[in-house]
Design a protein around this ligand. Structure first.
Ligand code: SAM
Length: 196
């Protein structure tokens, strides 16, 4: 039983593009109410339900309150764009780094499509400031955005920092929505060093 239907988008993306495997460490940005975190916990074996496989780790961060989930560590009432929160996150990571950054974040929608689009692109870009501190070279970033005129800025920045960037539109996202995902694979070691 998932906390939200959004789980099916992540399941679909993982089935097709294999983000997860048992033992991986994951941060889920914008985690409330926690459906993506549930999927990540299952697929990286963060609760240790499969004793024959390595145990992973899942950290969920959100502005909102979060109800506990077995196998996940939650950081509620936290803004991912806040440098103080970046330090808190680093302290919570067992290896100091993660293999996968997920973001299903969405700003409070104003209803003005253009403005909402820009706000979300900026939120996604802020993940690229966090990545040098916490993403393992070779790591993966999956982020949701609303398509629009500034999407190319985000794509360009992802192409600089990762070897491979794909645009994904899951079946489970309603066809009429502008909701799209960038999947960036193989985080470059140079991106890690340059910005430190
Ligand atoms: N993936 C979640 C799930 O499956 O349950 C749903 C996420 S929901 C669509 C988007 C979330 O992003 C909201 O809970 C919102 O509070 C969070 N969010 C928006 N801006 C944020 C920020 N700056 N820092 C942390 N979380 C943020």
């Amino acid at each position: 039983n998932y906390r939200c239907r959004s789980a099916f988008k992540l399941l679909e993306i993982d089935d097709k593009h294999s983000l997860f495997r048992p033992g991986l460490h994951v941060i889920d940005c914008g985690t409330a109410p926690g459906a993506w975190a549930q999927v990540a916990v299952e697929r990286v074996n963060a609760a240790g339900s499969d004793p024959d496989n390595p145990i992973g780790f899942v950290l969920g961060v959100d502005l909102l309150h979060l109800s506990p989930l077995e196998g996940a560590i939650f950081l509620p009432h936290a803004d991912i764009t806040d440098p103080g929160v970046h330090r808190e996150i680093q302290n919570l990571l067992p290896k100091g780094k993660v293999d996968v950054i997920l973001s299903d974040m969405a700003p409070n929608a104003t209803g003005i499509r253009e403005l909402d689009h820009q706000k979300l692109i900026h939120l996604c870009l802020s993940l690229l400031d966090l990545a040098p501190c916490i993403l393992q070279p070779g790591g993966v970033l999956l982020c949701k955005f609303w398509d629009g005129k500034d999407a190319h800025l985000l794509r360009r920045r992802l192409m600089q920092d990762f070897q491979e960037v794909r645009t994904i539109k899951p079946q489970a996202s309603r066809k009429e929505s502008a909701e799209t995902f960038f999947l960036a694979k193989t985080y470059r070691a140079e991106a890690n060093v340059q910005l430190k």
